[in-house]
Design a protein around this ligand. Structure first.
Ligand code: PMT
Length: 430
């Protein structure tokens, strides 16, 4: 098996070890995770060191083990608490074993040691492998904490049943390391449905120069496109973000190429399509339809009072339509456009879908306050090309949602269309 074929290649997992007898299984767990290709960083409660040494875990993980909230030896140059940098790199936060005490602290959001602090700070999914006394596991308090964690999206592995003298099987023992690693692999597979896809997303306005200091622009903030890029990267895609003149930080794991004008954006997008390795292009950018034919090289001076001036505009290239035209009968890359409309949203979206020869149009009614340009939220209607020639486009209207949630919902809908492009049918159906 090559390194990249290992089930956990390039994954970073923080393993939290709490203080109980099952901590003696932690070295085997870490060894299996490393063997599966993961980068493993171990964090222990102080008392866990009575059951397993940090040196053992450092040896099997290949990284220093963190135990104290203020461990200066671990401090990164840019951080007073060096290990607080760890969770931002993590794909999963795994707590194994998780005692009843730790389950309670995680559920309540307490941060009274390094492990619980990092669990709070970490944006990665949480997987806990409880180990508890059978009576404690049945206790409503423990069950409430576990349910609360589940309700927040945490995953629970085990506990396994322990055979009693009475013959009853009572849950309590931590799952075997191999079972935990299998669940880790399944979880990470599920959380990266876009792994292996290369996507280009455009975001933001275009600025069309009138002179060196003035331009024709629009109210796009880039938030919708940046949210799509961040979510696609989080789901494992390789993302190129063509970013217009906006004041937004580059999402983690995304390659950013800045543009200013419609012509620059066209150059970036068409060159990327030409390279032939893109699986999808999403045009969220609000592209100018017209540009000044002859921008002045010097600042245009004020005219005499009342004297008018005019600027001649020429149409810009319709990039999305050009992409559709160049793709011809090919199905790859998937072409997704956005449509900003103030009236007849659905009718105009359907028209754009056909005219620009793309696969999906995401229509937004930009006249609704609190939605569309510059807003934190968006209300979109997804209009997909009919699966049968001559059929009607499939239409789905989503409620008003934060743009981050719109992005998640859109990738949920677009992923099947992307994976269809990689199916054998897509490869031969040309
Ligand atoms: O950036 P935000 O503040 O978060 O706002 C998001 C948004 C409202 C800008 C976004 O959701 C949106 O609707 N983007 C598309 C806006 C737009 O230009 O729509 P359009 O109907 O003019 O164009 C339709 C499609 O053709 C778009 O995908 C556009 O990128 C593309 N187009 C348009 C003109 C042109 N010359 N070339 C193009 O490729």
């Amino acid at each position: 098996m090559t390194a990249s074929a290992l089930p956990l290649s390039d994954r970073t997992i923080v393993v939290g070890v709490s203080d109980c007898l099952a901590a003696h299984k932690a070295p085997e767990l870490v060894r299996l995770l490393v063997q599966a290709g993961a980068r493993v960083h171990v964090v222990m409660t102080e008392a866990a060191q009575q059951f397993v040494t940090s040196l053992t875990l450092q040896t099997v993980s290949g990284h220093p083990v963190a135990t104290e909230l203020c461990d200066r030896s671990q401090a990164a140059p840019d951080s007073a608490l060096g290990h607080c940098a760890l969770p931002h790199r993590a794909d999963l936060f795994l707590v194994a074993p998780a005692t009843a005490d730790l389950l309670a602290r995680l559920s309540l959001g307490l941060a009274n040691d390094l492990l619980s602090t990092l669990a709070l700070a970490c944006g990665a999914p949480l997987l806990v492998a409880p180990t508890v006394n059978v009576h404690m596991w049945a206790h409503p308090a423990v069950q409430e904490h576990v349910e609360r964690l589940r309700a927040r999206g945490a995953h629970v592995c085990g506990p396994e049943s322990v055979e009693r003298a009475s013959g009853w099987l009572d849950p309590g023992r931590m799952s075997e390391p191999s079972a935990i690693v299998a669940q880790v692999a399944a979880l990470l597979r599920r959380s990266t449905p876009l792994a292996g896809y290369k996507l280009l997303i455009s975001a933001g306005p275009t600025f069309e120069a009138i002179d060196p200091v003035r331009f024709i622009g629009n109210r796009s903030s880039g938030k919708m496109g940046f949210a799509l890029a961040a979510e696609a990267a989080r789901r494992g895609a390789q993302v190129i973000l063509a970013a217009g003149p906006v004041a937004l930080p580059t999402p983690q794991g995304v390659t950013r190429i800045d543009y200013e004008s419609a012509a620059q954006l066209a150059e970036i997008v068409l060159a990327a399509q030409q390279r032939g390795d893109l699986d999808g292009i999403v045009m969220t950018a609000a592209v100018a339809d017209f540009t000044p034919t002859q921008p002045a090289t010097q600042k245009i001076k004020k005219r005499a009072q009342g004297e008018r001036m005019s600027i001649e505009l020429a149409p810009t290239l319709d990039i999305l339509a050009e992409l559709g035209q160049r793709r011809g009968t090919e199905r790859r890359p998937l072409l997704v456009g956005f449509a900003a409309e103030t009236q007849n949203v659905l009718a105009y979206a359907k028209d754009k879908l056909a005219r620009k020869r793309c696969d999906v149009i995401i229509a937004n009614d930009v006249s609704e306050s609190g939605s569309g340009f510059g807003a934190e939220h968006n209300r979109v209607t997804i209009v997909q090309r009919p699966s049968i020639q001559g059929g009607d486009p499939q239409v789905e209207a989503l409620p008003l949602l934060p743009k981050t949630e719109v992005a998640a919902a859109l990738w949920d809908r677009l992923t099947p269309a992307l994976s269809a492009l990689k199916s054998p049918v897509a490869a031969h159906e040309k």
